[in-house]
Design a protein around this ligand. Structure first.
Ligand SMILES: Cc1ncc(COP(=O)(O)O)c(C=O)c1O
Length: 348
């Protein structure tokens, strides 16, 4: 029998706006953003760009869209973007980069989500001439979702950025959860941001806003991305009401991500205590925990749901739990006990 209020660890996207956030949304001054006249959208774009050390920003409905616009601004149709095989842009954007932008992808196997210089160096083919596909850009993800919230080491990012720049290849960062990397490591957002030509950040995940992501880059890149956004039918009007939620999240929610990270560790500890080997708590760096099941991941997800814990299957035998501001640390620890017992039974 399901509990009345399941502990929902499917994703940090399930977070709902707080009363204070809703108030900020109601009070937002707005204008028509297709005419580039929404003052609240302008403030969000300006602040996000400044935080990440870039000239300009573009507020969009989703992180998938800001990734598509960012990568498209760096890679021409018929060129390739390099990314790891578990990247969100490769696995979860419904082939948009191929279907919409006409790009191909080459990938390397993800090793815990961390990309090394050697992996990229092997594939990099700038200006490959008339016989091979030319690399337009590399795309990295920080934190890495499907690898379990992994933070990319700063030294790797610096080396990869320098490698791509020397090759004349663009650099895109899917920073949907860059906030988490920043809170986990203390590395300034600007330090991360300046290593890339375009960066996408999401406010609709752990930051707790209902909608929205911002793409940052040079003023010229953002001007072109604005054209592409409209071309894709994704221009919007009084979006300031939504942007106000993102501004509120910047002011009031960013530091709270540390509590999500502690809750993820508590969840993983509770699982590992009961089902040793199902997860490695010491590898939990941010708000995502991966669990290996012996049987099918779908069966574990179904079993957990019956016990009042919602999880996601992200591979045939891989289950994901994501902590966020709408679940307490105690709820997460309790959920870890339940899931640990379930996984012990699964392995028996
Ligand atoms: C790493 C990463 N990038 C991009 C996205 C896309 O965001 P959206 O769901 O807003 O399209 C997600 C969504 O979960 C994500 O985890």
């Amino acid at each position: 029998m399901a509990e009345p209020h399941p502990v929902d660890l499917r994703s940090d996207t399930v977070t709902r706006p707080t009363p204070a956030m809703r108030e900020a949304m109601l009070a937002a001054p707005v204008g028509d953003d297709v005419y580039d006249e929404d003052p609240t959208v302008h403030e969000l774009e300006r602040r996000t760009a400044a935080l990440l050390g870039h000239e300009a920003g573009l507020y969009c409905a989703t992180g998938s869209l800001t990734n598509v616009l960012g990568v498209r601004s760096l890679v021409e149709p018929g060129q390739e973007v390099l990314c790891d095989a578990e990247a969100h842009i490769a696995r979860a954007e419904m082939g948009a980069h191929a279907a919409v932008s006409g790009l191909t992808m080459r990938t390397w196997p993800s090793e815990g989500g961390v990309t090394t210089v050697a992996q990229v160096e092997r594939l990099l083919s700038p200006a490959a001439g008339p016989y091979l596909v030319s690399t337009g850009a590399i795309a990295l993800e920080n934190t890495h979702n499907f690898a379990g919230g992994t933070v990319q080491p700063l030294e790797h990012l610096q080396e990869l950025s320098a490698l791509a720049a020397a090759a004349g290849v663009g650099r895109h960062l899917d920073g949907a959860r860059l906030w988490n990397a920043h809170v986990a490591t203390g590395v300034p957002l600007e330090t991360y941001g300046r290593l890339f030509d375009t960066v996408s950040v999401c406010f609709s995940k752990g930051m707790g806003a209902p909608v929205g992501s911002v793409l940052v880059g040079s003023a010229e890149t953002v001007r072109r991305a604005r054209v592409w956004r409209k071309r894709l039918g994704a221009g919007w009007r009084q979006a300031g009401m939504l942007a106000a939620a993102c501004l509120h999240a910047l002011d009031s929610h960013l530091d709270d991500l540390a509590a999500d990270h502690a809750a993820a560790r508590a969840f993983a500890d509770a699982v590992a205590e009961r089902a040793p080997g199902a997860t490695e708590p010491e590898r939990v760096q941010t708000n995502i925990v991966l669990l290996r099941s012996t049987g099918s991941a779908a069966a574990v997800v179904a079993g957990a749901r019956e016990r009042g814990v919602l999880l996601s299957a992200v591979g045939p035998k891989l289950v994901r739990a994501v902590t966020h501001r709408d679940v307490s640390g105690e709820d997460c620890a309790r959920a870890g006990e339940v899931v640990g017992e379930l996984l012990t039974a699964d392995a028996a």
